[in-house]
Design a protein around this ligand. Structure first.
Ligand SMILES: [Ca+2]
Length: 259
């Protein structure tokens, strides 16, 4: 019971920057034995043959025919775990060394025709220079692609009468003052400006906290229907370092457009 509670607290914590309704998967209940499980969120049945990946650990495994899996790898510090299965929304969640102290059950959702999976890969923004106390300290270094990420895509078949969102599956490593005050990192004397999100050249959001399933509304006046649109995510910089530019090293995975 204690484990369930701590997972619930973890979920609430990682979900703080958004409302609960935006969580697409979710830790539903405790698993049994040593095996964790992936289930269909609607039917509650196990999802067999789902790919589980931990890019930072360079580790992957697959669920058995009943949806059960075990992670045979060491997790130090926050890491992103992805779950992928055909016909389901790509799902990610932030895990740490405590997450699998007891088996967990994660519900994944069938994909909708109106959702656009923009990018299921993991990216590291920054300059590969960061403190061991940062929210990003981990054992496997994924090379930084630089201070920003850009993706171009065409938006078709949109229902413009409904809101359209960019969903960031998971994001870790943000060292803002707010992330520090929430206990997401342990750096005593430094903090960074927040990552910024641009849509078609306009800044539409700042991301203050690490977490899963963060939803950003795309302003309808900026949406180009049936044309090329562009999303850019730019990492922040260490505000206590003035001698040179020290970009905040962050990692994110799984971008989806939801309509
Ligand atoms: Ca850095």
């Amino acid at each position: 019971m204690k484990k369930v509670l701590s997972l619930v607290i973890l979920s609430i914590f990682t979900l703080l920057p958004l409302n609960a309704a935006t969580f697409q998967g979710g830790v539903a209940e405790q698993g049994s034995g040593n095996a964790s499980r992936i289930i269909d969120k609607q039917t509650g049945e196990g999802v067999g043959g789902a790919d589980i990946r931990l890019p930072k650990q360079n580790y992957s495994t697959r669920t058995d025919s009943s949806g059960f899996f075990e992670l045979d790898t060491q997790i130090n510090g926050p890491s992103i775990m992805s779950v992928q299965k055909e016909n389901y929304k790509p799902f990610t969640m932030t895990i740490n060394d405590k997450t699998f102290d007891a088996p967990i059950v994660v519900g994944i959702e069938k994909s909708n025709a109106s959702d656009l999976a923009l990018d299921a890969n993991m990216y590291h923004l920054g300059d590969d220079s960061y403190s061991d106390l940062s929210a990003n300290a981990g054992e496997f270094r994924m090379q930084a692609i630089g201070p920003f990420y850009t993706k171009r895509f065409t938006l078709r078949n949109l229902n413009l009468s409904k809101p359209i969102y960019l969903v960031i599956g998971s994001i870790i490593g943000i060292d803002t003052a707010m992330a520090r005050s929430m206990g997401q990192n342990k750096i005593p004397n430094a903090f960074a400006s927040p990552p910024e999100v641009y849509f078609n050249g306009n800044k539409i959001s700042e991301i203050q906290l690490n977490g899963d399933g963060q939803k950003i509304k795309l302003p309808s006046n900026l949406i180009k229907k049936n044309q090329v649109n562009e999303i850019t995510i730019k990492t922040g910089r260490n505000l206590m370092q003035t001698a040179y530019v020290d970009y905040d090293d962050i990692e994110f995975m799984n971008l989806i457009i939801e309509n």
